[in-house]
Design a protein around this ligand. Structure first.
Ligand SMILES: C[S@@+](CC[C@H](N)C(=O)[O-])C[C@H]1O[C@@H](n2cnc3c(N)ncnc32)[C@H](O)[C@@H]1O
Length: 226
């Protein structure tokens, strides 16, 4: 088995059984968060990371150049759902980092609690990301906002959270689901509109990655506040 590091905490591993696969190093050895495969290599255990189940993994597979999520970073994750991608972000930031996982569906957050059991760096927050003040008592300053809320006002949600929790040198990663914004508009026009909202607020867009074939009509916008 060969292991190639793509970013801090993100690997591509080759096994005879599965070929080349994306993976993160398991922070909770022996535990599979949502049914993903665990692969042992020397003293490490890796969790396979499926780009068809995680848009962050899809963006990496599509050639993401800059990865602001690294070891020790504080990440505000908006739209945590059942914790699939959150669990990999937790692996990447490690025990010196933290993932504030905001989700407004109580059913999803119950599933997240199961998926992220034993992950002491994940702080689940049952709250509406449209009201960043609602979790002020739990969340301090963060280095990265990752948003995957699939809402028509997704870019504004990022801008409002960034103003509340970030200094200008922080980064934002916004997953845009075109159909959540406007089903009748072409995805490329929707992506441009969401990008314009970020730029109007002073974001410098660093990268835009369209996520097909892993996700249809989605893109990831990576921006920096400075
Ligand atoms: C596409 S799913 C996220 C998938 C997840 N990021 C992953 O990769 O595992 C979108 C999630 O955002 C949540 N959501 C939508 N609007 C929200 C809001 N205003 N505040 C908090 N969560 C929200 C939904 O309940 C849903 O679970």
């Amino acid at each position: 088995m060969k292991v190639n590091q793509l970013f801090d905490g993100v690997y591509e591993i080759w096994t005879r059984e599965f070929g080349a696969q994306l993976a993160t190093r398991n922070l909770v050895p022996g535990v599979s968060a949502y049914g993903e495969r665990l692969i042992q290599k020397a003293s490490s255990e890796f969790r396979l990371w499926d780009p068809y189940r995680s848009k962050l993994a899809a963006a990496i597979k599509k050639g993401l150049r800059e990865m602001p999520i690294k070891g020790g970073k504080k990440v505000l994750y908006l739209g945590a759902a059942a914790g699939t991608t959150v669990s990999h972000v937790s692996d990447i930031v490690g025990n010196s980092g933290v993932v504030y996982a905001v989700e407004f569906s109580s059913r999803s957050i119950r599933e997240l609690l199961v998926a992220c059991k034993g992950r002491n760096n994940v702080v689940p927050i049952l709250s509406d990301a449209r009201n960043p003040e609602g979790y002020r008592s739990t969340v301090g300053a963060v280095d990265v906002i990752y948003a995957d809320v699939a809402q028509p006002d997704q870019a504004k949600i990022v801008v409002d959270n960034f103003r509340t929790y970030c200094s200008r040198d922080a980064s934002a990663m916004l997953v845009v689901k075109s159909r959540s914004v406007d089903v009748s508009e072409s995805p490329s026009k929707v992506f441009a509109g969401q990008r314009a909202i970020l730029e109007r607020d002073g974001f410098r867009v660093v990268e835009e990655i369209e996520l097909s074939p892993y996700e249809r009509d989605h893109e990831l916008i990576v921006g920096s506040g400075s």
